[in-house]
Design a protein around this ligand. Structure first.
Ligand SMILES: NC(=O)c1ccc[n+]([C@@H]2O[C@H](COP(=O)([O-])OP(=O)(O)OC[C@H]3O[C@@H](n4cnc5c(N)ncnc54)[C@H](OP(=O)(O)O)[C@@H]3O)[C@@H](O)[C@H]2O)c1
Length: 333
């Protein structure tokens, strides 16, 4: 596995997103999840991503139970801010209003969240702790300042932020050094390509694309909505809605045609393009299957020519917003 760095720490250029093992993308199998973890370590895929909200703690527990005795083999990232247990939040007025989604970037909430994450993961420190979203009620300086205190206390090693725009990143980085930004980024989500991505390069910050496979759509494995199980979160995502689905398949056709030409899978091409955007880029494709993990790890070896990259870069943006309406107000915060 090729190596990239996060705050000077070497990590595999392709990481592992663990969310789908507990949440959002159909049923998962614990035995297969453990097999994915084991194979990831063999392949050098050692940058693992989770969050407290994935399965309301389940995902952290799953990783924690696997990591017993192997803690030092993984550069472990988790997140707080998206409220998964409404008894914990400082924003009780929002609980009373029964809003569909609560984000809480207060230091008081963070202090509870970090200890619960450490417990579930069974570790004494987290390598990279992200604010999952920017809380519009709390200045970013306050959230990140409190995260800096966690570094001083030895509970985390580095601070990250997720779903941010450039101005927020600059303010955050002035408050406490930011090690990584995790934004949605892929061939069909390019919102922060022109500003946050190069800014990360300039400031020596890792840019961690989440959903780099377009939540699976760009792999060509999802050709109709019936390829998704009942209850799969993507059924509520506008890009998978009937009016956008067919248009978005045209985009997949282009990825597939490049994949045929270079002798790789569409997933590998989608990831190789993401990797080609700069050395600061460390994607975390998500999977709960060994076969996809191996495929994704192989993307680090795929050579795209300048013409391939140009062709892929010219792909039109996806049809449809990337989240349902209630969640869109917390993106690019
Ligand atoms: N910061 C945030 O707000 C945020 C939001 C979303 C996700 N994330 C993080 O980012 C990680 C990755 O994002 P994601 O999981 O949403 O989307 P993704 O990586 O774009 O796509 C995951 C989907 O693609 C499928 N897949 C993976 N590799 C494949 C391959 N080689 N061939 C065919 N299909 C393949 C997976 O199937 P299977 O599930 O069947 O394996 C899954 O359905 C998550 O696990 C999570 O850790 C962060």
């Amino acid at each position: 596995m090729k190596i990239r760095t996060i705050a000077g720490n070497p990590v595999g250029a392709v990481g592992l997103g663990c969310m789908g093992m507990s949440f959002a993308y159909g049923k998962a199998d614990q035995t297969e999840a453990d097999a994915v973890f084991g194979r990831a370590l063999e392949l050098g895929v050692n940058f693992w991503d989770t969050a407290d909200m994935y399965g309301a703690g389940h995902n952290e527990q799953l990783i924690g139970s696997y990591l017993k005795g192997k803690r030092d083999k993984v550069f472990l990232a988790t997140k707080f801010v998206n409220v998964y247990d409404r008894t914990l939040t400082s924003h009780q007025d929002l609980v009373e209003q029964n809003v569909p989604w609560i984000v809480d970037g207060t230091p008081a909430y963070m202090k509870k969240a970090i200890d619960l994450s450490l417990q579930r993961l069974g570790v004494d420190h987290i390598d990279l702790y992200y604010a999952h979203r920017v809380d519009p009620r709390v200045p970013i300086e306050e959230t990140v300042g409190a995260m800096g205190d966690l570094v001083q206390a030895g509970k985390i090693r580095y601070v990250g932020i997720s779903e941010v725009r450039a101005e927020t990143l600059q303010r955050a980085h002035k408050t406490f050094p930011i090690a990584a930004v995790q934004n949605e980024f892929s061939l069909w989500t390019r919102d922060t390509e022109e500003d946050v991505l190069p800014l990360c390069g300039e400031l020596g910050i890792a840019y961690v694309p989440y959903s780099p496979l377009g939540r699976g759509f760009l792999t060509g494995q999802i050709k109709t909505i019936d390829d998704l199980e009942d209850g799969d979160w993507r059924r509520s995502n506008p890009r998978f809605a009937e009016e956008n689905f067919t248009k978005n398949l045209e985009l997949v056709d282009l990825v597939e045609s490049v994949a045929r030409r270079v002798g790789a899978t569409p997933a590998q091409v989608a990831l190789a393009w993401v990797l080609s955007r700069g050395e600061q880029v460390v994607p975390i494709p998500g999977t709960k299957r060994v076969k996809y993990l191996e495929d994704n790890a192989g993307s680090a070896e795929v050579q795209l020519s300048p013409a391939d990259i140009e062709e892929l870069s010219a792909i039109k943006p996806a049809s449809g917003e990337r989240y349902p309406e209630a969640s869109m107000k917390y993106v690019n915060g």
